[in-house]
Design a protein around this ligand. Structure first.
Ligand code: PEP
Ligand code: MG
Length: 527
């Protein structure tokens, strides 16, 4: 009999196929040796796991390689293995010592208050299982039948990357939309539902899932399968039609030109991407650009990355945001630890002004890269005009410093994010060259619904009339004074929300590159 379960949507798309249940954990017993032998066995297994990950990273490239390199760094950290080595010295077998150590660490990450750290629990579990498989001599060969719907407790990024998901989908009892594996599933178009809770799948051989609604069917009925197959065919057709619009300038049905820009988090996002798909880059999140940890690198390294992005854009404007660390994007050693509410704390420009030596380096690197095209600087989390003016003064100082040393530089336009209600409500106070609405933060602050708490996700709706009214007022202000107002939050990439944004008067949107085709289609349909 058919059973239906509702979880959280994590990656859109429909999958219908054989049900495969993924086994997890330790299923093989192993004979233990002396403490010395056990220590060597664990160290060898860790080294082998690092080598496996490095090979996988080289094969995968791009975003996946970054995730795997992050895992390698975790695995090479002595702090991770030390408790297991101590247990071995006290007489525990290597596999048991490792499994117990990892269970404690995973539990700590799962209990973290910060959603970012909770989402990293899956990475840690992944590492734990990989080393364990090396110790036990078991395999991670995940060969599913084509189009399988895979049901698992949670899925690790490397297990995701090792499998062929074409036509298939993923249903997870645990998991989170913010996890690396969900990000990979979205980037690769693999439908995924998370947070389904424990599911008794005994006696079911077939399943279907709709990643857009978060629903899973076990032994779907013929009617369900027909309905889902129709939805899937429609989505395929819409995708084909949208591909035709991809490289054309966007305009509404009535002929109003709308600027479509893209958001960049990693320079590898741009690899293989034709700049003709967009009117420029509306947001570069520099806090995500340098994942090596520890914040921004030196001026030369930053300059080189900014220059690459500007050169890619081939004359189109490139908006680069100054560091927006803090909130749900902590950077060890830079952001303030232990704030009671980091979203209301020292984040964005507040942090940059508290650490002007860090901002000064970034501004010099940006002014140098501005020589190579149209680079615009955008300041996040501006609350009062004085913050923007303080950044302007630091930019002036950066330019005179570079000029004094004869280093080529140009003055970028200085604009601001509009994501704090105090700025949106009194936008005429701010002397910015351009404005970009950060709908993610603006919505959470206006609706008092944290963007990282699933239980209030329905309240954090950008279509709340209060949020739309603020967006409309900022757009009208830009129109009055002749300055660009864009919107670069997630809402800009959601074709279901785009009509409401256009109705509010926006004529410029910035979104993830893989949503451009669908958004251009929604714009073309807008009367
Ligand atoms: C936003 O708040 O909408 C935004 C684009 O910034 P971030 O998501 O990086 O906070
Ligand atoms: Mg923001």
């Amino acid at each position: 009999m058919s059973s239906v379960f509702d979880g959280q949507p994590a990656a859109p798309g429909i999958a219908i196929g054989p049900l495969v249940r993924l086994a997890q954990g330790r299923s093989v017993e192993r004979a233990a040796g002396t403490a010395e032998q056990e220590r060597a066995a664990l160290t060898d297994a860790i080294e082998a796991a690092v080598a496996d990950l490095a090979a996988l990273a080289e094969q995968a490239g791009g975003d996946a390689a970054d995730i795997l390199e992050f895992q390698i760094a975790m695995l090479e950290d002595d702090a991770l293995r030390d408790p297991a080595l101590s247990a071995i010295a006290a007489g525990t077998a290597a596999d048991a010592a490792w499994a117990e150590t990892m269970a404690v660490q995973v539990a700590e990450y799962e209990a973290a208050e910060d959603a970012y750290f909770r989402a990293r629990a899956a990475d840690l579990r992944d590492l734990g299982e990989r080393v364990l498989r090396r110790l036990l001599g078991t395999t991670d060969d995940d060969t599913f039948p084509p189009g399988a719907v895979v049901l698992a407790h949670d899925l690790t990024p490397s297990r995701f990357l090792a499998a062929d998901w074409r036509g298939g989908g993923i249903a997870l009892a645990a998991g989170s939309k913010a996890s690396h594996v969900a990000m990979l599933a979205r980037a690769r178009g693999v439908p995924m539902v998370v947070g389904l809770g424990a599911i008794d799948a005994d006696g079911h051989a077939r399943a279907a899932l709709d990643g857009a609604t978060g629903r899973l069917w076990l032994s779907p009925g013929a009617d369900d399968e027909t309905m889902l197959a129709t939805l899937s065919a429609e989505a395929l057709e819409a995708g084909r039609a949208a591909a035709g619009l991809l490289h054309r300038p966007a305009a509404t049905a009535g002929g109003q030109r709308i600027l479509v820009q893209i958001n960049v988090a990693d320079p590898s996002d741009l690899e293989g991407l034709d700049p003709a798909l967009c009117d420029g880059i509306g947001l570069t999140r520099t806090e995500l650009l340098f994942p090596a940890g520890g914040g921004l690198p030196d001026e030369g390294t930053q300059y080189e990355v900014y220059r690459r992005i500007v050169v890619w854009a081939d004359g189109r404007p490139v908006t680069i945001r100054t560091l927006d660390a803090g909130g749900d994007k902590p950077i060890a050693g830079l952001t303030v630890d232990g704030e009671s509410n980091p979203f209301l704390g020292v984040r964005g420009v507040r942090l940059s002004l508290a650490r002007p030596e860090v901002l000064a380096v970034q501004l010099r690197a940006l002014a140098r890269a501005a020589v190579h095209g149209t680079l615009k600087i955008m300041v996040p989390m501006v609350t009062v005009p004085e913050e923007l003016e303080a950044v302007r003064a630091l930019l002036d100082a950066a330019l005179s410093d570079l000029a004094g040393r004869g280093v080529p530089a140009a003055r970028p336009a200085l604009g601001m994010m509009v994501e704090v209600p105090a700025a949106a409500l009194a936008i005429e106070r701010f002397e910015a060259a351009f404005f970009s609405i950060g709908s993610n933060d603006l919505t959470q602050y206006v609706t008092a619904s944290a963007r990282d708490i699933d239980a209030v996700a329905a309240l954090a709706d950008v279509r709340n009339p209060a949020v739309l009214r603020l967006i409309a007022e900022v757009a009208a202000h830009g129109e009055r004074i002749g300055r660009e107002v864009s919107l670069c939050g997630d809402a800009a990439g959601d074709p279901a929300i785009v009509p409401a944004l256009l109705k509010a008067g926006l004529t410029s949107l910035s979104m993830a590159p893989n949503t451009v085709a669908a958004v251009k289609t929604a714009i073309a349909r807008y009367e």
